[in-house]
Ligand binder design. Structure first.
Ligand SMILES: Cc1cc2nc3c(=O)[nH]c(=O)nc-3n(C[C@H](O)[C@H](O)[C@H](O)COP(=O)(O)OP(=O)(O)OC[C@H]3O[C@@H](n4cnc5c(N)ncnc54)[C@H](O)[C@@H]3O)c2cc1C
Length: 395
């Protein structure tokens, strides 16, 4: 078998396709293997943070995404009992980003935009129905076993990026531990076309609502609101997935309103896990294959896109002979530490804040909002700009 002078990528999710786009743009040939027969349409991430939009802009994907999404400069914290606690506006950090707002749009819109742009480029190839099963490697190449329509194939390339999601076969096959824990409670996402603006005065597109019994958050995307609720460990799947249960949850958001039109409901397990290393020889992990966290703050996919840009920028330099192999170790050093120090810590804190009674949380928000310097630092943290600056400092 000959080694192809390419980079292989397992997985055509947002992280795999951003990695592909950045490599192809830098003149590096890429093959993406996707286990599904088409791009996933699952409704998961819906928030793109300012620095992620800056990165996507470099790939020509920010404008089409913004055109299909909803621009959300403000976000709010509320409690069920007292209503609005604080509102923040990303325009406060307009000097740090070309996009001082979140864009609310499904991740499946981004993957479609990227694939459309990549199709036809001679350096790009994608193979659907092609699940990566196993990985082996030596000094000069990495070999992947692929299952395609019940048949097993083996192919070999210079480098491999495992962007094959939380259950990554690449990670398992490399024997890399996925350290961390799974929360006992779960998350139910209920989507509805009901217009919450009409019943909650002053509501913006992104709202987190603290409550010690059942916190939730309300996120608007074009045509729908997604309301995510905490589900307690003792609540059975059978009961949770009934239309009556979704209706009862929605009635908790705005008392007095009944019979919401429910577009769909999905139940998710929530984890906090980080791979023991993001690099093993010629193979790398990025996105959910490398780290997973609760969705409070919208940092999973965003962090994964930051991984993809960091890694592929370095890979392109090594590919073209402008940097040596040690450059690739900096990917693991920077992105793994930042994931542990900032993304994991912050998403865990976000969950604790929302499940509190709100009193202490409210005091800390007032303290932040009272001072422009503290507000700007806070916005740099929640927008993930601070985590990217920290990565740079790590050298
Ligand atoms: C309810 C919910 C809301 C969320 N909201 C946000 C948010 O607002 N912002 C945010 O940043 N994050 C959010 N996330 C997290 C976000 O969805 C993930 O972090 C993101 O999907 C990770 O992208 P990925 O490309 O790494 O993996 P995935 O999106 O999981 O893509 C992996 C791809 O690999 C393919 N694949 C799997 N196995 C193989 C294999 N063996 N070989 C080849 N291909 C394979 C899959 O079919 C898939 O296409 C949310 C998650 C949930 C559950």
């Amino acid at each position: 078998m000959t080694t192809q002078d390419r980079v292989f990528i397992a997985g055509a999710g947002p992280v795999g396709l951003v990695a592909a786009a950045n490599l192809v743009r830098s003149g590096v040939p890429v093959t993406v293997f996707e286990a599904g027969s088409k791009l996933s349409e699952e409704s998961r991430a819906s928030t793109f943070h300012p620095p992620t939009l800056d990165m996507l802009n470099g790939l020509g994907a920010a404008q089409p995404l913004i055109a299909q999404g909803l621009v959300a400069p403000q976000f709010q914290y509320r409690t069920k009992q007292h209503g609005l606690l604080a509102q923040f506006d990303f325009h406060g950090i307009a000097d740090a980003t070309g996009h001082p707002y979140r864009v609310q749009s499904e991740q499946s819109k981004l993957t479609r935009i990227l694939l459309d742009q990549l199709q036809g480029d001679p350096n790009f190839e994608i193979q659907f129905d092609s699940g990566v099963q196993g990985v082996t490697q030596d000094q000069s190449s990495v070999e992947v076993t692929i299952e395609r329509n019940g048949r097993i194939e083996t192919r070999s390339a210079r480098f491999l990026i495992g962007a094959d999601g939380a259950s990554s076969n690449v990670r398992r096959s490399l024997g890399i531990e996925f350290e961390g824990f799974t929360w006992p409670d779960r998350l139910l996402v209920v989507s509805t076309p009901f217009d919450f603006h009409s019943v909650i005065p002053g509501l913006v597109a992104v709202n987190y609502v603290a409550d010690s019994h059942r916190w939730h958050f309300l996120l608007q995307i074009p045509g729908l609101w997604r309301v995510m609720f905490l589900i307690k460990p003792y609540e059975s799947d059978e009961m949770i997935l009934t239309p009556q249960f979704a209706q009862s949850l929605m009635a908790e958001v705005v008392p007095g309103i009944s019979n919401h039109e429910i577009a769909h409901t999905t139940l998710y397990k929530v984890h906090q896990r980080v791979a023991k290393t993001f690099r093993l020889g010629r193979a790398f992990l990025a996105g959910d294959a490398a780290h997973i966290n609760n969705p409070l703050g919208g940092m999973g996919m965003n962090g994964g896109i930051h991984d993809a840009i960091n890694l592929t920028g370095r890979l392109a330099e090594v590919w073209h002979g402008r940097a040596d192999d040690a450059e690739l170790d900096r990917y693991d050093k920077q992105r793994r530490l930042v994931t542990l120090e900032t993304i994991q810590t912050q998403t865990i804190q976000n969950k604790k804040n929302l499940e509190s009674s709100g009193a202490e949380f409210s005091e800390s928000l007032k303290h932040i909002a009272a001072n422009p310097r503290r507000t700007a630092d806070y916005l740099l943290r929640v927008s993930m700009i601070a985590s990217l600056r920290r990565a740079e400092q790590l050298g």
